[in-house]
Design a protein around this ligand. Structure first.
Ligand code: NDP
Length: 465
């Protein structure tokens, strides 16, 4: 038996697409799926999809699968994150040898990945946590791959990963070594947090516009935006969605307004809170999904609300500029979270390189992401780019118009508000935190600093004396 260069465990949506992609690039491959009741066909289904040029061996026995791989074994696991992954790793370990490499391409929490790297290091097995973005089509045709873990182990798998990844506009792979242990999964988590807010901004625009325009008219408007610097994958698919019909109905109009989620948006927001990172836009998008899920309660309570819509004229150009404004803030907050996570974990993540691998193969690819490679070079942030700061300054009036339109038409535009409020606060010389400090000192003797005094000097007042 010829030994395969690479192995994949888990032939669900992502595992099977990545397997075909790997085999299509000329690497010999072994694949394994457990035999679960009703799922016995997984391996044969995959083998049925291979072309003559592909070298794929299929297994339902783990020992045979491992024995079919060249050493050091390189095994990509594409299964549900959490306990299932730990069970598979536990089953693999007795079969592995020093220097073998396990790669987790699932959506694992970065802290679990850190722990697994540590545990497996003690057993002389390399563990790599790889964020994979792009969904089923991306996995098949070229995903964006965010790799974290041992650098030497990455070098052993980079040939395969760089071959299967999407390519940027210069033909370079949208795959990079992000840093040690959980960094790849951290960056993927933030990717999803940014994605949540990008999606919610479009949903809020749609909610505002549908009172004035038909689906087709909104799609036409978005088409013009998509041809500008606002262009991107999410705007592109929204245009398709707005105009897709089933019989006489637009499918969008028939979909229940309850948004689902798989948790990565809330992970980003929770981690932001832990790190002291301000990620208000992704947090408000997560909460918007949660609020949407209370459908029956919303329907019942809507009877108690008596709202009039004020259908005012508005400048469509203001919405376009407000959208641009909010996207800058969203990306700023997202990359700030990566920077904060990187500092906390000593990862040295290069945000410009992350932007580069997000220009293709992933959901948040866009013209702005393309431009971000340059904006974020040498550790710079968006706020250090004159052109972007000017856009934010000049866009203030436009985002206020959008917020006013939301208020007048009773449309929730909280994610836009979060963008505006962040900029407002970050550009305010004086906030009201002096009152907070006085209150804290009043009830808890927490002390406060004073204007005009050194920052390391703290004061306390006996407020009731
Ligand atoms: P699927 O549900 O399509 O496939 C899951 C796979 O995991 C199946 O092969 C399943 O085997 C296997 N599996 C589940 N539980 C166990 C277990 N206890 N032991 C062994 N194998 C098990 O999932 P996806 O392919 O969509 O996702 C795989 C991973 O990739 C997940 O972590 C997901 O979050 C992540 N991901 C998904 C993306 C997407 O767009 N779908 C994008 C990026 C990452 P069986 O068929 O026998 O149940």
């Amino acid at each position: 038996m010829e030994l395969s260069a690479f192995g994949v465990i888990g032939l669900g949506v992502m595992g099977s697409s990545l397997s075909l992609n790997i085999a299509d690039k000329g690497f010999s491959l072994s694949v394994y799926n457990r035999i679960a009741p009703g799922e016995e066909h997984m391996v044969s289904d995959l083998l049925d999809r291979r072309t003559d040029a592909m070298s794929i061996q299929g297994f339902s026995d783990l020992e045979d699968f491992i024995a079919s791989l060249q050493r050091p074994r390189k095994i990509l696991i594409m299964i549900k994150a959490g306990k299932a992954l730990d069970h598979v790793i536990d089953a693999l370990l007795p079969l592995l040898l020093q220097g073998d490499i396990i790669i987790d391409g699932g959506n694992s929490h970065f802290s679990d990945t850190k722990q697994r790297c540590e545990n497996l290091r003690k057993k002389n097995v390399h563990f790599i946590g790889c964020g994979v973005s792009g969904g089923e089509e991306g996995a098949l045709k070229g995903p964006s791959l965010m790799v974290g873990g041992n650098h030497q182990a990455y070098q052993s798998i980079s040939e395969v990963f760089e071959a299967i990844a999407g390519k940027d506009k210069n033909g370079l792979p949208c795959c990079t070594y992000v840093g040690q242990d959980g960094s790849g999964h951290f960056v993927k988590m933030v990717h999803n947090g940014i994605e949540y807010a990008e999606m919610q901004l479009l949903a809020e625009l749609y909610a505002l516009l549908r009172d004035y325009y038909s689906n087709v008219e909104i799609a036409e408007l978005f088409k013009t935006w998509n041809q500008s610097d606002l262009g991107g994958y999410l705007l592109e698919i929204t245009i398709d969605i707005l105009t897709k019909k089933e019989g006489d109905d637009y499918i969008l109009d028939t979909i229940l307004d309850k948004a689902g989620n798989k948790g990565t948006g809330s992970w980003s927001s929770k981690v932001a809170l832990d790190l002291g990172s301000v990620n208000t836009m992704m947090a408000s998008s997560v909460f918007a999904r949660y609020v949407s899920s209370f459908k029956s309660m919303r329907v019942a309570l809507s009877k108690s609300a008596n709202r009039l819509k004020i259908k005012n004229e508005f400048q469509i150009e203001a919405l376009e500029k407000a959208y641009r404004f909010a996207r800058i803030i969203n990306h700023y907050q997202g990359f700030a979270l990566i920077t904060n996570g990187s500092q906390e974990n000593s990862w040295s993540v290069d945000c410009s390189e992350v932007a580069r691998i997000w220009t293709n193969g992933c959901i948040i690819r866009s013209d702005f992401m393309e431009a971000s490679i340059e904006y974020l070079k040498d550790g710079k942030t968006y706020f250090e780019v004159d052109d972007l700061r000017n856009q934010l300054r000049d866009g203030e009036a436009d985002i206020k118009s959008l917020l006013t339109l939301g208020l007048e038409n009773n449309v929730s535009v909280n994610t836009f508000y979060s963008a505006y409020d962040y900029w407002l606060s970050m550009t305010s010389e004086n906030l009201s935190a002096n009152l907070i400090q006085a209150q804290r000192d009043y009830f808890g003797a927490h002390t406060y600093q004073k204007n005009g005094y050194p920052e390391d000097q703290y004061f306390h007042t006996n407020w009731t004396e």
